[in-house]
Design a protein around this ligand. Structure first.
Ligand code: SF4
Length: 315
């Protein structure tokens, strides 16, 4: 993807993105649509239900939020029901479900009251207006605007930063990358609901601190700087996740490539699996031979040496 980039990120015009950015977008959305974790709040566009899920998720693991969220909505199905509730009941629900700071329960109760009294029971639709609600910070306001009204900006949380940092070389190499600009330029216009869900899913199940590029069939492998170079560091992953991890990635990639081609010579294979492959360099023939001989020991790959050429194929 390096060839497809225009000028630098410092201009703030998000040119860190590949020229075929539409393909990058489509690949992620298709990957998300084909399969994703099925959290119940992803099946609703009710702003109240989404706000409850967002406030609960701030301190609690998503798996545990599901039950609390369902119980909460059984108890107070609408903002009007919550607004009419006793605050002490809401707070004891919160502590009874171990949902973290009780102040969140108070704020949520207050926000429901605001919607009923100040907005005639209709949730505001823009991130700015939603931030006027009690306890609703910019992140939550944007999430509700996106998931309820498809009217948000790109989410930029730790997961998203990690993905962008790994995927796009200019961000990876920038001293002070402008994640917001890049994230918003990458997001297809007017698609914040599906886009934010998709990129957060990517950061959650594929591009975690220990990346699972091949195992999770990451849709960005063909563009991804980290995937091509083996450098999986990120703002929250200051050192390589693990040598074995990155070695395993490369082994997986070799097997996949050899599955697509009957056979490949050493240098062709090397250039295909990492952009910084140089035959005599640190990540060159010697390094690649090491990987191939491990794969041969495991009975996966056959290596044929001869006439100045090394050919690899699947066994
Ligand atoms: S290829 Fe790997 S490192 Fe790159 S975005 Fe996908 S999961 Fe993250």
């Amino acid at each position: 993807m390096t060839d497809g980039h225009a000028s630098s990120l410092e201009t703030g015009d998000a040119t860190a993105l590949p020229e075929d950015v539409d393909d990058v977008r489509d690949a992620l959305v298709s990957w998300y649509e084909a399969d994703h974790r099925d959290f119940p709040w992803r099946r609703t566009d009710d702003p109240y239900e989404i706000l409850v899920s967002e406030v609960m998720s701030q301190q609690t693991q998503l798996g545990r939020v599901v039950e609390a969220w369902e119980d909460f909505l059984d108890e107070w199905p609408t903002a009007a029901d919550l607004a009419a509730a006793d605050r002490s009941d809401v707070v004891s629900f919160w502590s009874g479900h171990s949902l973290g700071y009780n102040n969140r329960a108070k704020y949520l109760h207050e926000a429901a009251r605001q919607v009923i009294e100040e907005y005639d029971g209709e949730f505001p639709r823009s991130p700015d207006e939603l931030s006027e609600l009690m306890g609703v910070g910019p992140y939550t306001a944007n999430a509700v605007a996106s998931f309820a009204f498809n009217n948000g900006d790109a989410v930029v949380d730790t997961n998203v930063k990690r993905v962008l940092h790994r995927a796009f070389a200019e961000i990876h190499n920038a001293d002070d990358p402008d994640y917001e600009t890049v994230a918003n330029t990458l997001m297809p216009t007017g698609e914040s609901r599906i886009w934010n869900n998709a990129i957060m899913e990517l950061g959650g199940v594929a591009c975690g601190k220990k990346p699972r590029c091949d195992e999770a069939s990451c849709p960005w492998r063909e563009w991804c700087h980290a995937y091509q170079t083996g450098d999986f560091t990120a703002p929250d992953v200051p050192t390589q996740p693990s040598f074995e991890g990155s070695r395993r990635q490369f082994r997986g990639r070799i097997v996949r490539l050899l599955g697509e081609h009957d056979e490949m010579d050493l240098d062709t294979l090397g250039h295909r699996i990492r952009v910084d492959y140089t035959p005599d360099g640190e990540h060159g023939r010697e390094w690649l031979r090491g990987l191939l001989s491990d794969l041969a020991d495991d009975g996966l790959v056959q290596i044929e040496e001869g006439n100045d050429q090394t050919i690899a194929r699947l066994q």
